[in-house]
Design a protein around this ligand. Structure first.
Ligand code: FES
Length: 65
C-alpha cells in the first residue's frame, strides 16, 4: 500500500528502512531514506509516517541532535 502518493513510497519500503535503523528517526529522515533522497511534495503522508515510527520504534532511542 502506498503511504506517499507523491513519490510512490509504500508501507513496505518504509518498514524496511525502519528495520535498518538503530534509532527512532523523525518523519523527514525516514522519508528521505525511503525515497532515496526525494523531498515531500504535499507532506500529507508525514503524519502517517510519524504514526508508523511510533508504532514500530517504541524502544529505540531518539536520534541525536
Ligand atoms: S503524499 Fe507524501 S508528499 Fe504528498
Amino acid at each position: 500500500m502506498f503511504i506517499c502518493i507523491c513519490n510512490a513510497i509504500s508501507d513496505k519500503k518504509l518498514l524496511k528502512e525502519l528495520q535498518r535503523m538503530d534509532h527512532a528517526p523523525d518523519a523527514e529522515e525516514l522519508y528521505a531514506r525511503a525515497s532515496g533522497g526525494a523531498q515531500p511534495a504535499c507532506c500529507t503522508c508525514l503524519d502517517t509516517i510519524r504514526d508508523m515510527i511510533d508504532d514500530y520504534c517504541p524502544a529505540l532511542p531518539e536520534a541525536a541532535e
